[in-house]
Ligand binder design. Structure first.
Ligand SMILES: [Zn+2]
Length: 383
């Protein structure tokens, strides 16, 4: 009795692929009947497809069929020099004829027997990958016809039946076993533990998940969920009522922050003087060339007057407007800035960013704002 066959498969034991390409199942398997001399045998699935005392699995490969490694390993023994047809009882190569022994990561070895002389292409000591060609089939050693004798061993001498079955063990040593036919897929290393899950960030603050499947491989990432409306650090601008822009920034949690302040609106005094004189501001910024275009005056000043240009206009307030916008340093700006600051404060007490230019005449609050500005101007005149 080969007692080891009943032992549980070690965790992490190397699994094997079919060591050749043709879809051929085992013809004569390992004998499990407990006797080497009773002239009968019991294979892994309890039928008689085996030889009495046979320790390996015989696959009837045509002469010259490529034999490949069943798993990653090292070619620890390579024997050649035996005739391609040895005949029953031949002791060449210990009966295996020309053969390769691979030693695997789990300490077990696999033997590939009866190969063709001179066909073995791996050198002793070479590292071999699963599926890599070792040589070709023949009938060297103790053999009556071309076939491959495949035999895993544990601890050097104890043979293992790679097939699971009622008369062997419940766990197959093949990566895949379908009756007498092993699969031809190599074992893949476990990437994860079955049932394990993993998350990762995606998109704008989103999260996606994946799970580890039964074959210990990660599945695909799922859809991205829980995204915020924006990407951290992104900015977004909107037009201010009086021209210019105000900006908001996306927070690290992918939510928009509040919009910033608008630049102060155009000069209140100009509006008080009848709106049209707003163009004096534009006159200061002579490049605007929009003296007769109310409304654009402020824009021209904001856009940047040439240094000194505002000062030449002799309208300190207009110069100050340019200074306040921070876009056009000018000589006139310093004096003007003070009055602007004052006006801004007064205007903001009313909670309005008021624009007194006719271009916004359709806004209902303009009349009130203009009145307010006029009163401010009068107050200042009195002061
Ligand atoms: Zn055999």
């Amino acid at each position: 009795m080969l007692v080891v066959l009943g032992a549980p498969t070690l965790a992490g034991a190397t699994k094997y692929r079919r060591p050749f390409a043709p879809a051929l199942g085992v013809k004569y398997g390992v004998d499990h009947d407990g006797s080497k001399t009773n002239d009968s045998c019991k294979s892994f699935d309890c039928d008689g497809a085996c030889y009495d005392g046979h320790k390996g699995s015989d696959f009837p490969l045509p002469f010259g069929t490529d034999v490949v490694a069943a798993a990653d390993g090292v070619a620890t023994t390579v024997v050649q020099g035996c005739p391609d047809y040895g005949g029953l009882g031949s002791t060449c190569g210990g009966g295996f004829g020309n053969y390769v022994k691979l030693t695997h990561a789990d300490g077990r070895a696999t033997y590939y027997g009866h190969m063709k002389n001179g066909s073995i292409v791996v050198a002793q000591g070479a590292t071999v990958k699963c599926g890599q060609k070792l040589g070709q089939s023949a009938s060297s050693g103790s053999s009556t016809g071309p076939h491959l004798h495949f035999e895993p061993r544990e601890g050097g001498a104890t043979s293992l039946d790679p097939f699971a079955g009622g008369c062997s063990q419940p766990t197959s040593l093949w990566v895949q076993q379908s009756g007498k036919l092993p699969g031809d897929q190599c074992e893949t290393a476990c990437a994860c533990s079955a049932g394990q899950t993993q998350d990762q960030g995606c998109g704008s603050c989103g999260i996606q998940h994946r799970g580890c499947d039964a074959a210990c491989q990660w599945g695909a990432w799922g859809a991205c969920g829980g995204e915020g409306p924006c990407a951290p650090g992104a900015t977004d601008s909107t037009s201010c009522a009086c021209g210019g822009q105000r900006t908001r920034t996306c927070s690290p949690s992918c939510q928009w922050g509040a919009y910033g302040e608008c630049a102060p609106c155009p000069e209140a005094g100009a509006a008080g003087a009848g709106g049209g004189t707003q163009s004096a501001g534009a006159g200061g910024a002579t490049i605007a060339g929009s003296a007769g275009t109310p409304g654009k005056g402020g824009g021209g000043a904001l856009g940047g007057a040439p240094p000194g240009a505002a000062g030449h206009a002799g309208v300190p307030r207009a110069g100050g407007r340019a200074g306040a916008a921070g876009t056009a340093p000018s000589n006139g700006g310093a004096a003007g800035r003070r009055s602007i600051m004052l006006e801004t404060t007064e205007a903001s007490e009313e909670g309005a960013c008021s624009c007194a230019t006719p271009r916004h005449g359709d806004a209902p609050w303009l009349g009130a704002a203009a009145a307010l500005i006029v009163s401010i101007a009068r107050r200042r005149r009195r002061a």
